[in-house]
Design a protein. Structure first.
Length: 181
C-alpha cells in the first residue's frame, strides 16, 4: 500500500479535531484518502454523495483498498431503497439522490453520523432541488465534510451554499448579507 503524503496526514489530524470541514485542495492531491481514514463507524454510518461516475471507481474501490473492514453499499437509483435498508458502515450514492433523501423522515437518518459531499460544487446553487434537499437533511449529521478541487467554478458566490451545508453558523445573517453584496 502506498504511503500517505504528509499533507494527507495533516488533513487527517485536522479531521480528528473538528467535525466540519471543506477541503478545496487541487484535483489529484489526494483528498479522498483522509476522508476515508476519518470515517468512524463506531459513531454511526457515513453517507457519501458524489458524482455517479465516482461511486464505484473511486469511493467503493478506495474504501476497499484502504479500509477493507468497512461495509459499503452502492446506492444507485435502481436499488436505492434496498441498498439503504441493508446494513452498512458507508452508503455511497450519487449527487441527485439528495432529492430522494430530502423526502425521508428523521427516523431514516437516526443511524447516520457523517455526511461526505465530494465535488460539492454540485450544490453551489441554494435554489436547486438537490441543494434544498441537502440543506433539509444535513442537520441529522454531526460530522460534515465537503471536498472540491474547483469550489468556485463560476464566481466567489459559488462558495456560499457549500459553506452553508457545512455549518450555517459560519454564515450569520450579517455575514451572508455582506457576502452577496
Amino acid at each position: 500500500m502506498p504511503q500517505d503524503w504528509s499533507h494527507q496526514d495533516k488533513t487527517l489530524e485536522l479531521y480528528n479535531q473538528i467535525d466540519r470541514s471543506f477541503d478545496t485542495s487541487d484535483a489529484g492531491t489526494g483528498k479522498t484518502k483522509p476522508l476515508i481514514d476519518s470515517i468512524k463507524p463506531e459513531l454511526g454510518s457515513t453517507l457519501i454523495l458524489c458524482p455517479k461516475s465516482l461511486m464505484a471507481t473511486v469511493w467503493s474501490d478506495e474504501i476497499a483498498k484502504f479500509r477493507p473492514e468497512l461495509l459499503t453499499q452502492l446506492c444507485y437509483a435502481k436499488n436505492r431503497e434496498e441498498a439503504f435498508k441493508a446494513p452498512a458502515d458507508v452508503y455511497i450514492t450519487n449527487i441527485d439522490a439528495a432529492t430522494w433523501l430530502g423526502k425521508k423522515t428523521p427516523k431514516f437518518f437516526k443511524n447516520f453520523e457523517t455526511l461526505i459531499v465530494d465535488e460539492s460544487t454540485a450544490y453551489k446553487h441554494n435554489t436547486s432541488a438537490r441543494s434544498k434537499a441537502v440543506n433539509k437533511f444535513k442537520k441529522f449529521f454531526n460530522t460534515r465534510r465537503l471536498a472540491s478541487g474547483t469550489p468556485t467554478a463560476g464566481n466567489i458566490s459559488d462558495l456560499w451554499n457549500q459553506v452553508y451545508i457545512i455549518d450555517v453558523a459560519i454564515l450569520s445573517v450579517q455575514a451572508s448579507h455582506a457576502f452577496v453584496k
